[in-house]
Design a protein around this ligand. Structure first.
Ligand code: NAP
Ligand code: ZN
Ligand code: ZN
Length: 350
């Protein structure tokens, strides 16, 4: 086994502490990644605090982290995609059954046997627990690792592995592009990537935010308009004017407010996962033939397409790089919306 070190939490209220554990020895198609950076996704916080106890309960000790970028330091005998020294990424899952219709379609996140999630899950043997990227090393089958161009700001690339693909995938699925009015709700980790990506795809972007102080950032990220949602008077004139809205909010809120912003046949996609189920009246959808959809990360081919798109367009996340002793502070600030716009752990300091 390969010894490694990470940061784990032992209960919803506990602090993160150093934690020693093991990764498997490399099989023929495995690579060993020395992790350089790992982003802090709000999903890490939901799970560290066991906020998804009804759908995805947390098993402790928990080493979160699924926005991972690192350097390949060892490769198995049959590996062809990576060489020692390459930069590689790991997103939200590290394996799947490989043969079901979802897997063969490149939508491994919907594997009928359930993908092996990067942390708070198990490998496909359904016994070996997975630990995430708040750690120094990861062993992964090369087919589930992503290729990352080394000439980029690698701390800023790490969040693309979740925040990037989670926003890219629905924008692509609904053909967002020039001539379309797109709303991004919530300017956090996902939201700020949604703004950058939708703008790069040519859409006219409006940010809906609860934080008036984020206006200048929203415009600098590529939005044309910024709306403070706390005052309903700001929203009324915008009703019926959007083609597409992406809702990235992590906390409980009223979806009907944004469904009203959609025009005829408008589409709203939710990617945020608040603790409590949302309630909407069916008339919010019926009038205007509107659609409400969900989206879960993306499969391996689309994640690679997103990384390549970002590299071509010079897009990375705006990050605040921290040492692991500041994880709690980063969690507190993220929950308060005080994140600009992703905390990333410098794992070399673990
Ligand atoms: P984040 O960085 O914390 O951003 C969330 C943003 O939502 C905040 O910055 C804030 O933006 C807004 N917000 C927070 N509390 C709010 C409230 N009470 N009312 C209205 N707006 C509020 O979180 P994230 O990492 O982007 O993740 C967002 C959500 O997506 C989380 O629930 C996460 O679990 C989920 N997620 C889903 C997927 C998927 O595949 N579907 C993947 C990754 C993450 P403003 O200050 O601008 O209002
Ligand atoms: Zn995530
Ligand atoms: Zn499968």
């Amino acid at each position: 086994m390969i010894e490694t070190k990470g940061y784990a939490t032992n209960s919803p209220a506990a602090q993160f502490e150093p934690y020693n554990f093991e990764r498997r020895e490399l099989g023929p198609s495995d690579i060993l990644i020395d992790i350089l950076y790992c982003g802090i996704c709000h999903s890490d916080i939901h799970q560290a605090k066991n906020e998804w106890k009804d759908t995805m309960p947390t098993t402790y000790p928990l080493v979160p982290g699924h926005e991972i970028v690192g350097r390949v330091s060892q490769v198995g005998d049959a590996v062809t995609k990576f060489h020692v020294g390459d930069i590689a990424g790991i997103g939200c899952f590290v394996d799947s059954c490989r043969v079901c219709p979802s897997c063969t379609a490149g939508l491994q996140q919907f594997c009928v046997k359930q993908a092996a999630f990067t942390y708070n899950g198990t490998e496909m043997d359904r016994v070996t627990r997975t630990y995430g990227g708040y750690s120094k090393k990861y062993v992964i089958d090369e087919g589930y690792a992503l290729k990352v161009r080394s000439d980029q700001d690698l701390a800023g690339v790490a969040p693309l592995l979740c925040a990037g693909i989670t926003t890219f995938s629905p924008l692509r699925r609904f053909n967002v592009g020039p001539g379309q009015k797109v709303g991004i709700v919530g300017l956090g980790g996902l939201g700020h990537m949604g703004v950058k990506l939708a703008a790069a795809m040519g859409a006219e972007v409006t940010v809906f935010s609860t934080s008036p102080g984020k206006e200048a950032d929203a415009l600098a990220l590529g939005a044309q308009h910024f709306v403070v949602t706390r005052d309903p008077a700001n929203l009324a004139p915008l009703e019926g004017t959007f083609n597409f809205i992406l809702d990235t909010v992590s906390a409980d809120h009223d979806l009907s407010v944004y469904l009203r912003m959609l025009g005829l046949r408008g589409v709203m996609v939710v990617v945020g996962v608040p603790e409590t189920p949302a309630a909407i009246h069916s008339t919010s959808l019926i009038f205007g033939n509107k659609s409400l959809a969900g989206s879960l990360i993306g499969g391996i081919p689309e994640t690679q397409e997103m990384l390549d798109f970002c590299a071509e367009h010079g897009l990375t996340a705006d990050v605040e790089v921290i040492t692991p002793d500041r994880i709690e502070e980063a969690y507190d600030r993220t929950v308060k919306g005080d994140v600009h716009y992703r905390f990333v752990i410098d794992t070399a300091t673990i």
